[in-house]
Design a protein. Structure first.
Length: 529
């Protein structure tokens, strides 16, 4: 340990010394590419004095790449198996139909970029458009956790609208950023927009098929200086798709200041592992019309929130559908709104829809509704609680106000343990609550045509309630992955068949892709065969 610390101190000292020297010298002269050129970078056989325009005359270092202003149609290809120490921070922008491509060439492992804590980020794109970065491995490990440390950082600051940024098939790991929220927290992948002169945002940001492992504090997140309603300039066409996140220190995926963001087909496994404060799996903040679908979140650690999903403050019309949540310490889903944060900055939390999801053995509470959220609809979900779980199925709490107007219909609540419907009266140090039965000061809470099976301490008033065994094929049999969930389909003769109530905004398909009835009585639960 002493040797490791000594090496870290030496590297930190050398980094600072180099920074002083560079700061006293002239900045490097930048070279402008004519565009439409393919450049090669080989950490083993390249040399920076070469032209870089063919594999036998490749560049060697990131420094040579960073001294180039790339243009439309350029490609920068890194040799597979290469190891590049430092930061990738190229210059220039492409244009529509002629972007700048970063990728690998050859056969073998992804090219590795190691920032080693000497830079804030391993990859930086600032006020640059039409870039696609593919098939790189990036790390940023300093000798201690440190503030504002990232794997990838995308910035739009006092620029206007940054178009078409694609991150695809990256492996971002071992980023030991700061673990405290709001105090320099680190990220695996961060996009941030804002500025004091010109409102700025992203339009066409795609983060796809990336793998994140051991990134602190967070996984894939946004940050915006234009997210309040009196300063509203949301990012557009943000898609976060097909990513795999594992062993994340805090939050998993967080859209921030977006309109119509799409978060789908991601896996978040064992997040919340190291942060001391509040975090959750996938959740939007200050976003409109976010769709969160086909995601699996499991084994989230901690009960300071700790839910798989969260519809958070200043969000409107968020949709959670076709997701799978299991074994999360803090529960399945939270909706929240701080009633002390109002107009003109916030419009509150309105119109959240939670439909056709499956929750299995989520702990502490299943639904946590807190603050003056309004107009939420929760329908056609399946909730399974195993024998060892005794907890609130719905927990209502005060957050400078209480929920108002919550509609709950056509859900299967299958409880082998014990559940209750309750109001939190006081909060423990670990984020859980003392609770008593009932809704407290929450208003207009309506349950209709739900199935309640098992041990419900105080089932809500529900004139069309079904209380028989739903006759699912094998409830509680879900494992890792969507392919394990067939046990939640209905058997012939199920009391759920056509026992639900039509929901005006219901989707066209169920959890498994079967057509859902439009305008007719649906099945209770997530199976509409």
């Amino acid at each position: 340990m002493a040797q490791t610390l000594s090496q870290g101190l030496k590297w930190s000292f050398l980094t600072c010394l180099v920074g002083i020297i560079v700061g006293c010298s002239k900045p490097p002269v930048l070279v402008t590419s004519p565009g439409g050129v393919t450049y090669y970078v080989d950490s083993d056989k390249g040399e920076d004095v070469f032209s870089g325009t063919d594999p036998t005359h490749a560049w060697r270092t990131l420094g040579r790449v960073n001294r180039t202003i790339f243009g439309a149609g350029d490609k920068v290809l890194f040799k597979t198996g290469g190891r590049f120490r430092g930061q990738l921070a190229p210059h220039g922008s492409g244009k529509e139909g002629a972007g700048i491509i970063v990728d690998s060439y050859g056969k073998g492992a992804k090219p590795l970029i190691q920032a080693e804590g000497a830079y804030a980020e391993a990859l930086l794109l600032k006020n640059q458009e039409y870039w696609e970065v593919n098939n790189l491995e990036l790390t940023n490990t300093g000798w201690i956790h440190w503030k504002y440390r990232y794997g990838v950082r995308l910035q739009a600051i006092d620029y206007g609208t940054v178009h078409h940024i694609v991150l695809r098939n990256l492996f971002v790991h071992d980023v030991n950023g700061w673990l405290v929220k709001g105090r320099g927290e680190g990220h695996g992948i961060l996009w941030e927009n804002g500025g004091k002169v010109l409102p700025s945002r992203f339009d066409g940001l795609l983060i796809e098929n990336c793998r994140l492992l051991r990134t602190d504090r967070n996984g894939i997140c946004g940050s915006s200086g234009n997210e309040t309603r009196n300063n509203w300039f949301p990012s557009l066409n943000v898609i976060i798709r097909g990513n795999d996140l594992e062993d994340i220190g805090g939050d998993g995926i967080k859209p921030f200041g977006c309109d119509r963001a799409l978060v789908e087909h991601n896996r978040v496994y064992r997040a919340g592992q190291r942060c001391p404060d509040y975090s959750a799996g996938i959740w939007p903040w200050s976003c409109d019309r976010t769709i969160i679908q086909y995601n699996e979140v499991s084994f989230f650690h901690g009960t300071r929130d700790g839910q798989a999903f969260d519809s958070d403050g200043n969000c409107r019309d968020t949709v959670f559908q076709y997701n799978y949540s299991h074994d999360n310490d803090g529960g399945f889903l939270m909706m929240c709104d701080d009633g002390a944060w109002g107009a003109p900055e916030s419009l509150g939390n309105r119109g959240t829809v939670v439909r056709y999801n499956i929750s299995q053995n989520d702990c502490s509470r299943i639904f946590h509704l807190t603050g003056p959220i309004t107009g939420a609809r929760i329908y056609n979900n399946v909730i399974f609680l195993g024998k060892e779980l005794h907890q609130p199925l719905f927990l209502f709490t005060d957050y400078h106000g209480f929920p108002d107007g919550i509609y709950v219909a056509n859900n299967i609540f299958y409880v082998e343990g014990k559940c209750r419907y309750s109001q939190g009266t006081s909060r423990h140090w670990n984020g859980t609550y003392e609770d008593v039965l009932g809704w407290g000061n929450s208003k207009n809470i309506r349950f209709e045509a739900n199935l309640y099976f098992g041990n419900h301490a105080n089932p809500p008033e529900d004139a069309r309630a079904v209380r028989n065994d739903p006759l699912m094929l094998h409830p509680g049999s879900g494992g890792a992955g969507f392919s394990t969930l067939g046990g939640y389909q209905l058997r012939e003769g199920s009391p759920c068949l056509r026992a639900g109530v039509p929901v005006s905004d219901g989707p066209r398909q169920d959890f498994w892709g079967h057509p859902a009835p439009l305008g007719a009585a649906p099945n209770i639960g997530a199976d509409q065969r």
